[in-house]
Design a binder for this molecule. Structure first.
Ligand code: CS2
Length: 491
């Protein structure tokens, strides 16, 4: 097995694709905050393509680890040991896997080790874009579009001279740039939430206003926050996956990632300090990302949530396996065709039924073994982004809400932490409050509709919906999820 680093890069096994540019000449122009698997399989791959083009060598990536925990500290050490190189295994459903080593991240900083140094690095005029994948819940913006400055995490961080949150780091860097005349950078959200650029703008501006009104005004006038739609299914990488991927590639890579072969990025062309030639490497630029993002969130991510929550309860763990269950597939087909699609406007050149069929094809991809527990995790933040607008549209049009009631019931039951066979699983729900836990566990099943995931959905105002939800949830308890699903798809 060959270790990956700058020295071994030109001597890797011949079937491994390596960067087609001289990494030594690349300097960072983009700082990316929270370098998760998705970023490494998506934006970093596009940037790897960009760097192979002439005149683009000042658009390397500076990765920034934000969260203070052991996993992040280990990642920083692994990145350093491998000169920030790592392999991406792209899995097509019907062709051999392709392994490429990605070289676009050329520098990595673990912010908790030295936050002041991280802020100083972001203030470097060479950095012209600060992008981020901080998760759906990471923006804190509530159902009314308000960034809560009195939230304990935010209120505490606002008091610090050297803040810890993404809002604090970015705002302090912008303060320096304003003072030094370095000018603004673009703030680019790459998370799965509707109007992610607008949400990011609200969050960063509200934070800045709470610190310094003059700075906030400068940000408002100078910094741009493009909206983006990002798409590539990227499973979690467990220790078993590391062993499997390394055995397949022949590399001794401590931090490999794997993903589907599909990739898409639609971006609003609004960059206040320039941008790399992403349009030359397959990124779509548009004035209006909204229809693309609505289709992606309300079709792909929503289907994922349906499969994740009902599937985990039924005893499934892997997406491609659940796709052999006709009832689960029918649930998704009915949800897409009857609930989601009638409320969506197709983006130019896209037919929604065809998009839906392609999704099912992607989910069937056996080569990626995507995990249902990954998809179900943090449903508290995801359901408002993926399901809420469809739920509200279905209820407003008085259409049958049985599938919405089912996913709501599945979420509440999933929180009990074991499937219908009694198998326990770990719930990863960082945004679930104590009040939520109480409501989820309440013997009065309606109380679960008070959980923060459903804030603003107006579910309780609809007695028909409440009755269907209670009936389905009780049925999951009495008869199991599979039997309940059979009733749901029968209408
Ligand atoms: C998934 C997404 O986590 C989830 O809920 O739906 O991670 C999904 O795989 C990506 O958005 C695909 O682009």
């Amino acid at each position: 097995m060959t270790a990956i680093n700058n020295t071994t890069l030109r001597h890797l096994p011949p079937d491994i694709l390596v960067p087609a540019y001289e990494r030594g000449k690349v300097t960072p122009g983009i700082a990316h905050i929270s370098v998760g698997n998705f970023h490494r399989a998506h934006q970093a791959v596009y940037m790897d393509r960009v760097l192979a083009r002439p005149g683009q060598s000042d658009w390397g990536l500076l990765g920034i680890g934000l969260m203070e925990n052991d996993a992040e500290a280990t990642k920083a050490r692994d990145m350093a040991a491998q000169d920030c190189l790592y392999s991406v295994t792209e899995c097509a459903p019907d062709a051999p896997n392709v392994v490429r080593v990605i070289g676009s991240i050329t520098e990595y900083m673990y912010a908790p080790a030295d936050r002041a140094a991280t802020i100083a690095r972001l203030a470097d005029p060479a950095i012209r874009i600060v992008s981020m994948t901080v998760t759906e819940g990471g923006y804190y913006v509530d159902e009314n579009g308000v960034f809560p400055i009195d939230h304990p995490v935010i209120a505490e961080d606002l008091k610090r001279d050297v803040p810890h949150t993404v809002f604090g780091l970015v705002t302090e860097a912008l303060r320096r740039r304003r003072e030094s005349g370095a000018g603004p950078f673009t703030v680019l959200s790459c998370d799965n939430l509707p109007q992610n650029g607008h949400v990011a703008r609200t969050a960063f501006l509200t934070w800045a206003r709470a610190r310094d009104a003059g700075l906030a005004q400068w940000i408002e006038e100078n910094v741009t926050f493009p909206c983006t739609m990002v798409d590539r299914i990227t499973p979690a990488v467990h220790p078993d996956d590391v062993r499997r991927l390394d055995a397949e590639s022949g590399l001794d890579d401590r931090i490999p990632v794997f993903c589907e072969d599909f990739i898409q990025w639609v971006v609003e062309d609004k960059f206040c300090a320039g941008r790399p030639e992403l349009d030359a490497v397959g990124v779509q630029f548009t004035d209006n990302v909204q229809p693309y993002e609505a289709v992606k969130l309300h079709m792909l991510n929503a289907s994922h949530s349906l499969l994740g929550l009902s599937g985990v309860l039924s005893g499934y763990r892997i997406v491609s396996e659940i796709m052999a269950d006709l009832n689960e597939v029918t649930l998704v087909e009915q949800y897409l065709g009857l609930d989601a699609e009638p409320l969506l406007v197709a983006p130019p050149g896209m037919a929604l039924p065809e998009y839906g069929r392609r999704l099912l094809h992607r989910f069937r991809n056996r080569a990626i073994s995507d995990q249902l527990l990954r998809i179900a995790s943090d449903s508290t933040s995801k359901l408002p982004m993926f399901i809420k607008s469809t739920a509200m549209g279905v209820l407003a049009h008085d259409r049958p809400a049985v599938r919405i009631a089912f996913v709501v019931a599945c979420y509440a039951e999933y929180l009990r932490g074991h499937d219908d066979q009694g198998q326990a699983y770990t719930i990863v729900e960082p945004h679930l409050t104590d009040e939520d836990r109480k409501n989820a566990a309440s013997p009065r099943l309606e109380d679960a509709l008070e959980m923060s995931a459903f804030a603003g959905w107006e579910l309780q105002d609809n007695p028909g919906f409440v009755a269907t939800y209670v009936r389905l949830r009780q049925s999951i308890r009495d008869r199991g999820t599979r039997a309940t699903l059979a009733q749901v798809i029968a209408g």
